[in-house]
Write a protein that binds this ligand. Structure first.
Ligand SMILES: *Cc1c(COP(=O)(O)O)cnc(C)c1O
Length: 372
């Protein structure tokens, strides 16, 4: 979990009311399809426990994480909803699946067998969802081998095969391929049903699936699995609200003279007779990549100012031109959030929004607002 207090004036603001509205927007988009809210990587840097609890109040009762550790963190902090771990768990962690009442993802028959052995030893039953690879080329059982494998897995003692799921590699740009994936997954469940083997749950839609592939939340699918849309990243016409903003306060303002330079490698050279430089107390150790050095912009009192010179580990500089106007040391600065979108900020450093969210480091405290 993140610190909530810090002696440095750099912080991330998380708007939980926007998060909850985004969940409602997704529900109305899919006609009320229940969410398996993806809160892996500490809810994409937003703080998984706070996010899960806010969503629970909105009626969400199923979460997905990447690792066993992430699932345990949720349980130990009072999240009681269902939790699906999207990846495999090492042998030495398997007992915790039972202790913490988790839902496991089966990626192969051999993995299912080890889970079954554990379940027998524990004298308990384990809920599992089988991951089918319909075209991601990553984890899971190949779709064309699924019928045999599912039969095998169903016959294993101690496992309750509750669901099957799959994942889109490019639901945003490749509609035909995504629809083929939907057909592949649907067919597997349908054939099992015809063979008298009912699989209760079935899901494939990530955020882009929800927006671009309506068949991915059709009646054959019981859930959708959004991540990034909950956190408000999308084009504005989708009606999603930004949840995360990165803010700081100016620690020093000073005038530099013509030909003087700013920061490491002296890449920024002052051209005017006088230029005011504001120093911001955040840098690449906080998640502002040096790949965007000299390309970022920040917002101060509603106006954009260019970031200049190399981003340092703990500082970066902004040019206030030849007139600092009514800007002072201590004035608040938005690095991204409401006036300047996280997507735009990500673009400046050639990163994807996911990377920026997950990359805001632990030393930046998260401040929460919009709680009920
Ligand atoms: C991360 C992830 C998601 C959520 O993806 P978004 O693009 O953030 O909506 C869904 N399913 C799986 C398997 C994932 O790994």
């Amino acid at each position: 979990m993140f610190a909530t207090e810090s002696f440095r004036p750099t912080w991330v603001e998380i708007d939980l009311s926007s998060l909850r509205k985004n969940a409602q927007t997704l529900l109305s988009r899919t006609g009320g399809k229940p969410l398996i809210a993806v809160v892996k990587a500490d809810a994409y840097g937003h703080g998984a426990v706070r996010v899960a609890k806010a969503l629970e109040k909105e009626g969400v009762n199923f979460f997905a994480v990447a690792t066993l550790d992430e699932a345990i963190e949720l349980r130990e902090n009072g999240v009681n909803s269902d939790i699906l771990i999207l990846g495999p768990v090492e042998e030495r962690g398997m007992d915790s699946l039972f202790t913490y009442r988790l839902v496991a993802t089966v990626i192969s028959s051999s993995y299912a067998k080890s889970l079954s052995e554990k379940a027998k030893k524990q004298g308990q039953s384990l809920r599992v969802h089988v991951k089918i690879d319909t075209g991601m080329g990553r984890l899971g059982i190949r779709y064309d081998e699924a019928p045999e494998r599912l039969e095998e897995i169903m016959s294993l003692e101690g496992l309750f095969l509750e669901g099957i799921f799959s994942h889109f590699p490019s639901a945003d740009v490749d509609r035909d391929f995504s629809e083929e994936q939907v057909r592949r997954l649907k067919k597997i469940r349908e054939n099992m049903r015809l063979a008298g083997k009912k699989i209760s749950l079935c899901h494939i839609a990530n955020s882009e699936g929800i927006w671009n592939i309506p068949s991915s939340f059709g009646e054959e699918f019981t859930h959708v699995r959004p991540g990034i849309s909950l956190y408000g990243v999308a084009s504005s016409e989708r009606g999603l609200l930004p949840v995360m903003s990165l803010r700081t306060k100016i620690v020093q303002i000073k005038p530099l003279r013509k030909k003087e330079t700013v920061s490491y490698l002296r890449q920024y050279v002052v051209q005017k007779e006088r230029e005011y430089i504001a120093v911001l107390p955040l840098g690449y150790a906080d998640g502002v990549s040096t790949c965007g050095s000299g390309k970022y912009e920040v917002v101060i009192k509603g106006r954009r100012y260019p970031q200049v010179g190399r981003v340092c580990m703990d500082y970066m500089m902004v040019s206030l031109d030849d007139n600092p106007d009514h800007i002072e040391e201590g004035t608040e600065v938005e690095v991204f959030g409401s006036f300047l979108s996280l997507q735009e900020f990500a673009h400046k450093s050639s990163r994807i929004p996911y990377e920026v969210m997950c990359g805001v480091s632990k030393r930046v405290p998260r401040w929460y607002k919009g709680e009920e």
